[in-house]
Write a protein that binds this ligand. Structure first.
Ligand code: PLP
Length: 234
């Protein structure tokens, strides 16, 4: 991937955040929606601390991370300085990391199987914390990808909400690479509306504006804001 940040990723972070916000506002204006109803999650996974600090300095408070341990190391010390931080887990969650994930994240977007739902319910009870959840939907029916099949979402959400009393507030999807995001966002938005769920999380650097036009309420934008990512931590 080319680095949209060019030679000086850190210096450009504030400007690119402004551009992304303006683009979201345009997409909302075109479709008669309120831009304040769209959450921009700045995806900071594997990014160097100075770029993340530049986003904090620019007023960004909602961040997405993929790896529990990396996120703990980065954000635990920053919580005290930025009490209004909102951290989203957007990467797959192993059940053995459910404890630290519930302790750290305000929103867990990758609830993708029954076993994890049961473990999260137990952890939240144990820690006395209710964390907002989204159910990951495999809108592209990709065999290798996590997520609940679209046909099974209603039953899974019912299990989570009614049996386990989990605070599910939306649906999330990672469409197949190279696919047009529009039909995936539309499917997800319709499914969320049918289930009375407010949040629709879809859209990344390449396609977040289209995703908003088709109903996304939460977009996850990383490299466009921060520049190309260094490799995943070991
Ligand atoms: C990394 C990641 C993103 C951000 O991707 P960019 O293309 O850098 O915007 C969004 N969503 C998920 C689930 C990711 O893992």
């Amino acid at each position: 991937m080319t680095d949209p940040a060019g030679q000086e990723p850190t210096a450009g972070v504030a400007a690119r955040l402004r551009e992304v916000r303006a683009e979201i506002a345009r997409a909302c204006a075109e479709t008669g929606r309120d831009p304040s109803a769209v959450t921009l999650v700045a995806v900071s996974k594997t990014q160097p601390p100075e770029r993340v600090q530049a986003a904090l300095d620019a007023g960004q408070r909602v961040f997405g991370e993929n790896y529990v341990q990396e996120a703990q190391a980065r954000w635990t010390p920053l919580r005290g300085r930025y009490p209004d931080l909102e951290l989203h887990l957007i990467g797959p969650l192993q059940t053995n990391k459910a404890g630290p994930a519930v302790a750290l994240f305000d929103v867990i977007q990758t609830l993708d199987r029954e076993k994890l739902a049961r473990v999260l319910a137990k952890e939240m009870a144990k820690q006395g914390r209710r964390r907002r959840l989204m159910v990951q939907v495999n809108t592209g029916l990709e065999p290798q990808k996590a997520g609940i099949a679209p046909d099974d979402v209603a039953a899974f959400v019912a299990l989570c909400r009614d049996e386990l009393n989990l605070p599910v507030e939306g649906l999330m999807a990672i469409p197949p690479e190279g696919d047009d995001v529009a039909p995936h966002a539309a499917l997800l938005a319709r499914a969320a509306a049918d289930l009375g769920l407010a949040q629709v999380s879809v859209g990344m650097s390449a396609d977040y504006a289209v995703a908003v036009r088709f109903g996304a309420t939460c977009v996850r934008v990383g490299s466009l804001i921060f520049g190309a990512r260094p490799a995943k931590p070991a």
